[in-house]
Ligand binder design. Structure first.
Ligand code: NDP
Length: 325
């Protein structure tokens, strides 16, 4: 079987496509023929070695995949069934999806819901799943479409693009923030009503600013998130899932204690099974077919290392789908 293998040499991470024996796959009760994987921000950090994502080498990266069950010792999964996997440390400390086969615990797999095929599931991937969790966090915070505008930061990225599309499809008025003016038309086609420049959000905010947003999905962190918090409407909710701009949060308590603002963290790696299924079922029904054409580029396994580097250089828009077979 072919796999993208990460190895370490002189403290450098080397990423090469190699032929490996499937006997080398890690323990697990379900073996999956992987048909599609994708390149997420975390994959890019792992493949380039620019983030301390992988600690044990050799490692097959790929934090998500969709494929067909090849063998199963778990009663819930039958040979030939389509499944999707995101998170659980797969592609970080357990061999992942950038390979023709993966062997994993049945606990980590979600059967594909009606309305999604394997390719669509990986156009969504971890990014789309996380975007859905963020939208669910806004809903649980009580944010309704008629409450006001919703802001999405890092909007051209995988999570951001999908969040824009989901929110627009649900009837929210979406404003996107992007560092790339060239992506304005793309973001409007996905459903953003306005696109703001990132520049205005990189300076430290005052503790409270003019109230602009009923809800926000933040994929960037740091000063951007601090500024978003300072601009939230009374009773607004921010779903924070990312650190594309940094992991600090230079804010004050003012938005929380004077405007009743809620900051909800979102983790996709250890989301419990029931919530995972809910998120995938909702994803299957919300997005128009046009989303799957607009928001993706398709690459081969061999192209994954170059795409990972480009993603960290902020040169990739939307989602990158990896065709494994
Ligand atoms: P992408 O690289 O696809 O998107 C990130 C986007 O953020 C870019 O496209 C860019 O959008 C913007 N951006 C990049 N660098 C900066 C910067 N220095 N300052 C401000 N904005 C910047 O990544 P993903 O969409 O895959 O992931 C986004 C974030 O969410 C990552 O930090 C990732 O680790 C995190 N994440 C977290 C998950 C969780 O479970 N909590 C799951 C999945 C992702 P633009 O050019 O439009 O400004």
């Amino acid at each position: 079987m072919r796999a993208l293998l990460l190895e370490q040499q002189d403290d450098q991470t080397l990423a090469r496509v190699k032929d490996i024996n499937s006997d080398q796959l890690p323990d697990g009760d379900v073996t999956v023929d992987v048909n599609w994987s994708s390149i997420n921000y975390k994959d890019a950090l792992a493949i380039t070695g620019k983030g301390k994502i992988v600690r044990n080498f050799p490692m097959v990266p790929g934090i998500d995949f969709a494929g067909t069950v090849r063998q199963s010792r778990d009663d819930r999964f039958k040979e030939g069934q389509s499944v999707v996997l995101t998170g659980w440390g797969v592609g970080e400390n357990h061999w992942g999806g950038l390979a023709e086969q993966a062997r994993v615990s049945g606990e980590w797999l979600v059967p594909l819901p009606n309305g999604l095929d394997e390719r669509k599931a990986m156009i969504l991937g971890t990014a789309g799943f996380t975007a859905m969790l963020c939208v669910m966090a806004l809903e649980e915070g009580g944010v309704h479409p008629d409450d006001g505008d919703i802001l999405v930061t890092g909007a051209s990225g995988g999570v951001g693009s999908t969040a824009v599309a989901i929110l627009a499809a649900l009837g929210y008025h979406v404003t996107a923030i992007s560092g790339r003016e060239s992506n304005t038309d793309y973001l409007k086609a996905l459903g953003a009503k306005e696109v703001l420049s990132r520049d205005g959000y990189l300076e430290a905010p005052r503790p409270l600013e003019k109230q602009l947003w009923a809800g926000a999905v933040d994929t960037v962190g740091d000063t951007m998130l601090a500024r978003v918090l300072a601009q939230m409407n009374y009773n607004g909710t921010v779903a924070a899932c990312g650190l594309a701009g940094g992991y600090h949060l230079p804010t004050t308590v003012m938005p929380f204690i004077l405007r009743n603002v809620r900051l909800q963290g979102v983790d996709s790696v250890h989301t419990p099974l029931h919530r995972r299924q809910t998120a995938w079922e909702r994803l299957a029904g919300i997005l128009p077919d046009s989303f799957y054409q607009q928001a993706t580029q398709e690459i081969t396994l061999e192209q994954a290392p170059a795409t990972a580097a480009a993603l960290l250089d902020n040169k990739v828009t939307g989602r990158t789908l990896v065709k494994i077979r």
